[in-house]
Design a protein around this ligand. Structure first.
Ligand code: BG6
Length: 462
């Protein structure tokens, strides 16, 4: 086979998951409750088909079988997260030995199969006891996070060298404090800004703590969902709208994490509207000194914006959308099964931006993927014929390949996700996996894309 798109040697082929979305066993093994367990208890009707986080894809009991499948489909790396409330049920304090055994087993099993674990510390799952104290709004929770991070480095750092502080830290800000799709469902920009700020501080402090551990070849990073912002036109008002959307949704985390400082324009904008967060002396230096070594890039879709057509009502609550309108570009390509735009070149634009403006930091695609509703309709000969997913991955990989050829420092591609999993309030609505999961029987079946990916990984290209 001729390989037209060859990737650099040692390229990371794998997939990404998160603890709450795959483990299940939410009330087993001494795990404490997190916001998802709690929200489901009090408002199960907010979850698609009323399905909650108790069982999900049962990785807690089936990790051996699942890791065998990872190996079979050519993974050399696998991104997982630790459930904070499993490791430290109360959020701070005692470590749960059952959780230590479980994560030790998973890590050892991965290594025994030549799959390198990439471990993320926070994927939307705040322990409930800490949420009762205000969650990320409360600066004390930052200290609890650092203690948790240190416990994880200490326990697993002898075998795990790639660590990540947060996955998509902007999502709990948007979901929990702006747009009402995560607990605590607050809509208040000032509180949202405080939450965002505290997660930036928490990440920097965890980076600082990481440096005190002597982890062999250790790298600490953050995983950000970057949504390149494209203006409707080149006219200055559209361009400005796009720049502001970029400030809010990308640079608010990217700049402090990688460059060690917030963009001035963002600070000025928040100041002008009375939205600056509370800070503490020394914060600036902390952020400056503790930038990440590696960046995980989650990319699904671009953000298209245009200038506001009407001035915002000054009496309506402050929102990023005061400064731009969303724009549906005519003729855009869509993933009709999820309702998201597909724009493969976005992955290249992100990488070029990292190269030109962020010191060409080492990066990789830590999530990219195609959600599909009612995917069972594509079954033929007992297998989901997900040619649309193969095309989706292939076209994104071509742009990633081009970015690498042009000198971008991107070292891997992780699909979201390994197997169909529980996606927060969308539960099992959108299926993303290489492997389909029957949630009644927990039976796993490889999709066509899994076989294709095995070949790609084996050939280090396609
Ligand atoms: C990513 C998140 O942004 O989107 C995942 O990191 C999530 O946790 C995924 O599952 C898909 O989301 P959805 O809403 O399409 O099911």
């Amino acid at each position: 086979m001729t390989v037209q798109y060859k990737f650099p040697e040692g390229f990371w082929w794998g997939s990404a998951t998160s603890a709450t979305q795959i483990e299940g066993a939410a009330n087993e093994g001494g795990k404490g409750k997190n916001i998802w367990d709690y929200w489901y208890e009090i408002e199960s009707n907010r979850f698609f088909e009323n399905i909650g986080p108790e069982v999900t894809s049962d990785f807690y009991h089936r990790y051996k079988e699942d890791i065998k499948l990872m190996k079979e489909i050519g993974h050399n790396t696998f991104r997982m997260s630790i459930s904070w409330a499993r490791l430290i049920p109360g959020g701070r304090g005692e470590v749960n030995q059952d959780a230590v055994t479980f994560y030790n087993n998973v890590i050892d099993e991965l290594l025994a199969n030549d799959i390198e674990p990439f471990v993320n510390l926070f994927h939307f799952d705040m322990p409930m006891e800490l949420q009762h104290e205000g969650g990320w709004e409360n600066r004390k929770v930052v200290d609890a996070f650092v203690e948790y991070a240190k416990a994880a480095f200490e326990l697993f750092g002898d075998r795990v060298s790639k660590w990540f502080t947060f996955n998509e830290p902007i999502v709990p800000v948007e979901g929990g404090y702006l747009y009402n799709f995560h607990y605590p469902n607050v809509v208040d920009a000032k509180r949202a800004v405080q939450v965002a700020y505290h997660t930036v501080i928490a990440s920097a402090k965890a980076v600082e703590a990481f440096r005190e551990f002597n982890i062999a070849n250790g790298k600490i990073g953050i995983i950000l969902n970057l949504t390149p912002s494209y203006p409707r036109s080149n006219n200055p008002a559209d361009m400005k709208a796009s720049r502001i959307a970029d400030l809010f949704f990308n640079r608010s985390f990217l700049d402090p994490a990688v460059l060690g400082e917030y963009p001035l324009e963002l600070i000025e904008l928040l100041r002008e509207h009375g939205q600056l967060p509370e800070t503490q002396p020394g914060d600036k230096e902390l952020i400056k000194l503790n930038t990440v070594d590696i960046l995980g890039v989650n990319y699904y879709q671009p953000r298209r914006v245009k200038a506001k057509e009407t001035l915002p009502n000054p009496y309506s609550p402050f929102m990023p959308e005061w400064f731009f309108d969303h724009y549906e570009m005519p003729g855009r390509k869509m993933n009709v099964y999820r309702g998201w735009e597909i724009y493969e070149k976005g992955i290249y634009d992100i990488m070029i931006n990292l190269k030109e403006n962020y010191g060409n930091i080492e990066s990789f695609i830590s999530e990219n993927g195609m959600g599909v509703q009612d995917e069972q309709r594509f079954i033929q000969d007992d297998e989901i014929q997900d040619d649309y997913r193969i095309e989706f991955i292939r076209e994104h990989l071509k742009w990633l390949h081009r970015a690498i050829e042009e000198g971008c420092n991107a070292n891997g591609y992780h699909l979201w996700t390994f197997m169909d999993n529980w996606s927060w309030s969308n539960a099992y609505k959108n299926r993303y996996g290489f492997i389909s999961v029957n949630i009644e029987t927990q039976e796993r079946t490889l999709k066509k894309s899994a076989h294709w990916f095995e070949e790609v990984s084996k050939n280090n290209g396609f």
